[in-house]
Design a protein around this ligand. Structure first.
Ligand SMILES: Nc1ncnc2c1ncn2[C@@H]1O[C@H](COP(=O)(O)OP(=O)(O)OP(=O)(O)O)[C@@H](O)[C@H]1O
Ligand SMILES: [Mg+2]
Length: 362
């Protein structure tokens, strides 16, 4: 089981196309790290470099203190599970899971033991003699994970392992992966996903990749409650955090911002005298906005309503080209369409960004 250390890791394709730069990351044994980021930002590339399937063009990757840049994949002690699980169709579950160990010339006793252990962890014991075509998508994905468990790797890498599954199966398999991790607390896992819920529920830490680098690393709730920059603020959480332009008018332990839209926001983020007059964006999550009769952060006319039952999304009339401000109120509010609504946000939930960066982290 292993610690990983990435130092200034970079990837350039064909000597010219920079995909990743200056990736610095310390991963401790037992962590489940989730990579998220927009499509094409380099998540799979980074995972494949860790696996050894893609050359590292700059910097170093260490596993347990040893630089492994030039160590071939098979000797890195890493197992990777892909989105398309590609089982051998003519082999039973047992043979699919045994295959790598047979290639490695392990004894029959060792193979049997490894396969039964994996089958037990993954609840595949009843399916060992079936062919993949006689399994559900979720069961096939478990076999794919089983193929990696039998090898007892130091590090597990998952590249969107659940994205081929339907919604209900995704939820069930996500919970299985969480249980799998719990049953192997010593194992280090890196998991790539597009799915916010997977990232928030599985990760010990999330790495947000953007613009060829790391936008922020932190626990799921750190990223949600204290995003370092506007990118992370809008990437984590759905619908995205609203950004409202304004100017700091009062500083101190709390900060007061006069908003261009006419509202006033008070933030628990402290500022100094010199910040007076600073142009900022106030960040307010849709779910943190509550109706008020008094002082408001935002006032607007509701253009569109989406009633999801549990919550109602309010899309306000747009101001020019800006994204519409979105509110999320608990319960059903079909009557608000076309009405003017005033919303406020508690100071501890109000983020303040200057030039895209949170003032909280200065
Ligand atoms: N062999 C290659 N040659 C040149 N560019 C490549 C090559 N492979 C990938 N890229 C580019 O590298 C970038 C990162 O690709 P990667 O597959 O890592 O993205 P990703 O974050 O996994 O995206 P997705 O979320 O869509 O899976 C992309 O812009 C892609 O076009
Ligand atoms: Mg990818």
């Amino acid at each position: 089981m292993a610690d990983l250390k990435l130092t200034d890791v970079a990837k350039t394709y064909g000597g010219t196309v920079d995909v990743l730069k200056n990736i610095n990351l310390d991963i401790k044994q037992g962590e489940l790290i989730v990579f998220v980021g927009p499509s094409g930002c380099g998540k799979s590339t980074l995972l494949r470099m860790i696996a050894g399937l893609e050359k590292i063009t700059g910097g170093t990757l260490e596993i347990d203190g040893q630089v492994v840049n030039d160590i071939p994949p098979a000797q890195r002690g890493i197992a990777m599970v892909f989105q398309s699980y590609a089982l051998y169709p003519h082999m039973t579950v047992r043979d699919n899971m045994s295959f790598a160990l047979k290639l490695a010339k392990k004894s029959k006793a060792e193979i049997d033991e490894a396969v039964s252990r994996a089958a037990k962890i993954l609840q595949l014991e009843d399916y060992l003699d079936r062919l993949p075509k006689a399994l559900s998508g979720g069961q096939r994905q478990r076999v794919a994970i089983g193929r990696s468990i039998v090898r007892d790797p130091k590090v597990y890498l998952f590249d969107e392992p659940l994205s081929n599954l339907d919604a209900a199966l995704r939820v069930a398999t996500r919970i299985e992966i969480a249980q799998l991790k719990e049953s192997m607390p010593e194992s280090t896992m890196i998991y790539v996903t597009h799915d916010q819920v997977e990232a928030m529920t599985l990760a010990s830490r999330i790495v947000v990749l953007a613009n060829k680098g790391i936008a922020q690393v932190g626990s799921p709730l750190e990223l949600y409650e204290r995003p370092k920059n506007e990118f992370v603020a809008q990437f984590i959480g759905s619908p995205s955090m609203n950004l409202l332009p304004g100017e700091i008018v009062e500083t101190g332990e709390q900060t007061t911002i006069k908003l261009a839209g006419g509202g006033m926001a008070v933030s628990a983020v402290p500022t100094q005298e010199a910040d007076k007059g600073l142009k900022v964006n106030v960040g307010a999550r849709p779910e943190d906005m509550v109706e008020t009769d008094g002082d408001f952060v935002f006032e607007g006319k509701v253009d569109i309503i989406e009633a999801l039952g549990e919550v109602t999304l309010l899309y306000f009339e747009k101001d020019g080209d800006a994204d519409p401000v979105i509110g999320k109120l608990p319960g059903i509010h079909g009557d608000l369409r076309g009405k003017t609504v005033r919303l406020t946000v508690a100071p501890e939930k109000v983020q303040v960004f200057h030039n895209g960066t949170s003032l909280y982290y200065r």
